[in-house]
Design a binder for this molecule. Structure first.
Ligand SMILES: NC(=O)c1ccc[n+]([C@@H]2O[C@H](COP(=O)([O-])OP(=O)(O)OC[C@H]3O[C@@H](n4cnc5c(N)ncnc54)[C@H](OP(=O)(O)O)[C@@H]3O)[C@@H](O)[C@H]2O)c1
Length: 276
């Protein structure tokens, strides 16, 4: 298989390596040039190099920008999969643009972070035609431990934004619960022990608590990326006249923390105001 991977950030870099280890010929592209094997600096040339194009870019702007760069080289044999978390209008726009060209497009965001990506254990939500989704499942196998079919294009984008809303609010709730516990003399260890055995404990809480309570915000998923996902979720809500008070508040909090210099830290930096 020949595949071109666009976006050599935390996740794309690791997925490209997984495909290469599985025997694929992998072309790598990144906006900021990187010293990587089979790296091509020009996006259009990178798109020409492979029929399968896989995108792990930051946001909607990145997708639209890169798509315009590769558009002149796209042909009906191309198979595009977007794994970046983007807004619904951009997913719909990408699907329309690909349909006009006659190439396939799969809406394929994922969950799982730096460690899961390194181990080839991401979990993808896949949306598109049955044939295209079946082909995506085969291609994505070296990077994935599970895949869930979501139906029509756009559904995977919506569920990805909905699930990130839960993660952001949960980390904020854990931070606030720790704030009052700590202020009343409960240690980080005692708090973590109590929470991880409580009914509300989640895989996320168990994974994130030890580092976040220690003030270790080594980036697995950046605060700025979680912030932009909250903005996309709020746009989805606004479209249908829904009011979402929790994620509105957490989104504002993330914006403030990004402005205070935490943007490129892990999103568990939501706990940072409570640790000093
Ligand atoms: N990390 C996670 O745990 C995780 C989990 C689920 C979903 N996601 C989503 O997956 C995507 C990738 O995540 P990540 O953690 O790998 O992100 P990341 O480390 O922040 O990397 C972002 C990538 O996008 C590129 N980029 C940013 N703006 C661009 C633009 N305007 N034009 C072209 N390229 C641009 C960056 O290039 P430069 O190097 O030039 O800046 C970089 O390659 C994001 O949408 C994220 O929300 C991440």
């Amino acid at each position: 298989m020949n595949i071109s991977v666009f976006g050599m950030g935390i996740i794309g870099l690791r997925c490209a390596d997984n495909w290469q280890q599985a025997g694929a010929i992998v072309t790598r592209w990144n906006r900021t040039p990187k010293d990587l094997p089979h790296f091509i600096a020009d996006a259009a040339t990178a798109a020409q190099a492979s029929p399968v194009l896989s995108f792990y870019l930051k946001d909607s702007l990145a997708l639209r920008t890169v798509f315009e760069q590769i558009r002149p080289t796209l042909q009906s044999h191309h198979f595009l999969m977007n794994h970046s978390t983007i807004d619904l209008p951009t997913t719909e726009w990408l699907a329309e643009q690909c349909a006009a060209i006659g190439c396939a497009f799969v809406d394929a965001p994922f969950t799982g972070s730096k460690i899961a990506a390194g181990e080839g254990k991401l979990m993808y939500y896949l949306a598109g035609s049955d044939n295209d989704v079946a082909r995506a499942e085969e291609i994505l196998a070296p990077t994935a431990s599970a895949m869930i079919r979501m139906g029509a294009t756009g559904n995977a984008t919506v569920i990805k934004l909905a699930t990130n809303l839960i993660a952001a609010c949960q980390v904020e709730a854990l931070s606030e619960a720790y704030a009052i516990s700590r202020a009343h003399g409960i240690s980080a260890d005692a708090f973590a022990n109590a929470i991880t055995q409580h009914g509300t404990a989640s895989a996320l809480a168990k994974m994130k608590l030890p580092t976040m309570l220690a003030g270790d915000f080594d980036t697995h998923f950046s605060l700025d990326n979680m912030r932009k996902d909250s903005v996309y979720a709020l746009e989805l809500a606004k479209q249908l006249g829904l009011t979402l008070p929790s994620i509105s508040t957490v989104s504002q909090r993330m914006t403030e923390l990004c402005q205070q210099g935490h943007a490129e830290e892990d999103y568990t930096a939501l706990a940072s105001p409570y640790l000093s």
